[in-house]
Ligand binder design. Sequence first.
Ligand code: LMR
Length: 396
Amino acid sequence: VFASAEYIPPDAIFEVTKGFLADSDPRKVNVGAGTYRDENGKPWVLPSVRMAKEIVANCGHEYLPIAGLKTFRDKAAELVFHDTKAWSEGRVATCQSLSGTGALHLAGLALKKANPTLKTALITEPTWSNHDLLFSSLGFEVIKLPYYKTGAFDFPSYMAALRAAPSGSVIVLHSCAHNPTGCDPSKEQWKEIATVIAEKSMFPVFDSAYLGFNSGNVDEDAWAIRYFIEELKMEASVCLSFAKSMGLYGERIGLVTFSTGSQDTARVMNSILENVQRATVSTPPVYGAQIAGAVLNTPEIAKQWAQDLITMSSRVQSTRRKLYEELLRLGTPGDWSHIVKQSGMFGYTGISPAQIKELQLKYHIYMADTSRISIAGLNESNVEYFAQAMDHVVRT
Ligand code: LMR
């Protein structure tokens, strides 16, 4: 059976974490995986999540329904869709998922089941390292649209590739905080992108792992989603993760949604989602759903969560600025203004693979091989060290 099986190299980003954990140097810095750290470099249990955990402490361990915890699903969907006609008219199908990856997986499975003629999935180049693997594993032909050039979103190249891509494709969009570049389209650019997607009858799948984490405000971060479904009246999938926005990384709590054209279609898509959920995870895990559900459904905890989002996003923004100022102070060769123009968890530095390697070997700094850094891994205590190391490797 295994004679022709071939070894598959491990996932690059999880290897970075592994390398960091194995390093015993006290100066080590992890700017690899996108996980928020507080100003002491420690994982942060959000105050809102602490409050929610007290409420759910005695909730037990029974199975959830196949589609997940209803009180969580409804409130999580409401976060994104609250002021839309799709929501008020009952046209949104929802299903609890294993965080954002699970949401994208269920979306892809359900789309294939709903319409077996769907063949191609468009992703950006670069993108989150899992998009290609995920959609190709589901049998989609994956086409990459160029996205980034010298520190910024390459709008002309992206639009040209979008126009040339097959009509009727599924298209994966980052709602905000593009991973890995940190460069989002402007509102005007989103409008042009949406127009072409509508003209070409493409189906948008919004990867929404950073709603609220990006700007501190969920509505602001969900602007593009609502433009597609409310202004252009398009059908779309929105895939939510509460890993980053509630710091519930290991609980694997997310939601897949389909905003559809009618209540009947939403009913059909709910049934398909339950069917593909049953075939893959059977019923979703309960603890993360209870916590996220309690945060969203308890007014005083929801208020605290809004504050927590501001705490996280503003710390990342100020660290971004601090890094930029340090590089300026050191006179590091090159233009580093993209660091402050980008937003979200990540910065895309643009340094070379050799420089990335030197950062690791000489300075014990761990980052993705794409040159992406997780700004959340920096803080007052290590940002100067990080900038100095960057300065050294850029000069050598
Ligand atoms: C990342 O991009 O670093 C995170 O989303 C972690 C992951 O699953 O890749």
